[in-house]
Design a protein around this ligand. Structure first.
Ligand SMILES: NC(=O)c1ccc[n+]([C@@H]2O[C@H](COP(=O)([O-])OP(=O)(O)OC[C@H]3O[C@@H](n4cnc5c(N)ncnc54)[C@H](OP(=O)(O)O)[C@@H]3O)[C@@H](O)[C@H]2O)c1
Length: 273
């Protein structure tokens, strides 16, 4: 019988996930299909019941449900527990197990480049759901300190506590101070939505230099203003699409037990930009 997978969230119609996973299923000749299913905030419980009724094999979870979905899980893996959020669910006969592939998906391009995170200092701009997974990632890799820069101080303070609980040093800068101090960090990571559609740069890049690794998780456009400006300063760049692809590959591998076809999925993704 054909196995069905989905991505749930709202908005969902511009998601790259159906194209990525359907390419992978086709490439490996698997009898599986993947759909986008819009579930508005407040309708998650009913949405999940509907997915169970159609015998969904697994699904991805995106904005705004990554945290709320935790309530409906019967079991979860370590990353999911640490992040307090899930982006990948497996349905075993009505029992739901949650995973968080954003954590290892974020780390994947860093590890591929053989960059050592141990004892490093990180400037993390943003304090939303993605920032949480990134903090878990850096704690797994034994970074030393994470400075959180965010527009809303309260949200940053929550994440500072979260990082400290994971054993990291953590403090706060506002967005202006973050630009002034960017040269003090090995990694500068953008986890805000600033830069989407090519609009805006989260911090001033004038102090970013040749020793800085700039990782922008925003993936549309591929070259965000932060990336463009940081390149001019000589920084090393990690692109948002790399994380997007890696987290999708990890979900695919959890569901199918097969190695995800990197080249086919990458071509599909980059072809869509
Ligand atoms: N590459 C990937 O695989 C991947 C994975 C996950 C997410 N993402 C991308 O990462 C971004 C953040 O996702 P999320 O789930 O963390 O979203 P979220 O929970 O809604 O958080 C949004 C963050 O952006 C900040 N922000 C938004 N508009 C701003 C503005 N005009 N000025 C200053 N700060 C602003 C928010 O600051 P406040 O706290 O002040 O509101 C908050 O820190 C999105 O663009 C998403 O597409 C990429």
């Amino acid at each position: 019988m054909t196995k069905t997978y989905a991505v749930i969230g709202d908005p969902i119609d511009h998601s790259f996930s159906p194209a990525l996973h359907n390419t992978a299923f086709l490439f490996l000749g698997l009898d599986c299909t993947y759909i986008a299913y819009r579930i508005p905030k407040g309708e998650l419980e009913a949405g999940i019941e509907a997915l169970k009724k159609i015998g969904i094999s697994g699904f991805n979870v995106t904005i705004p449900h990554k945290v709320d979905m935790m309530k409906f899980l019967d079991d979860m893996d370590e990353e999911c527990k640490m992040a307090g959020a899930t982006n990948t669910v497996v349905n075993n006969d009505g029992k739901l197990k949650g995973y968080n592939t954003d954590v290892d998906g974020f780390l994947d391009p860093i590890i591929k480049r053989k960059i050592d995170c141990k004892d490093s200092d990180v400037l993390l701009i943003g304090a939303g759901g993605a920032a949480r997974a990134i903090i878990v990632g850096f704690s797994k890799q034994k970074a030393r300190k994470i400075t959180i820069a965010n527009r809303t101080r309260e949200r940053a303070d929550e994440l500072i506590k979260f990082a400290r609980n994971l054993g990291l040093e953590s403090d706060y800068l506002n967005l202006e101070q973050a630009g002034e101090n960017a040269n003090k960090y090995k990694f500068v990571v953008n986890a805000t939505s600033i830069g989407l559609k090519g609009i805006g740069c989260p911090i001033s890049t004038e102090n970013i230099n040749i020793d800085t690794i700039v990782y922008d998780i925003v993936y549309t456009p591929v070259e965000t203003p932060l990336i463009e400006q940081s390149k001019k300063q000589g920084a090393s760049i990690i692109y948002g699409w790399e994380m997007l692809l890696a987290q999708a590959m990890k979900s695919f591998e959890i569901w199918t037990g097969r190695q995800a076809p990197y080249e086919a999925m990458k071509l599909t993704l980059l072809g869509r930009f």
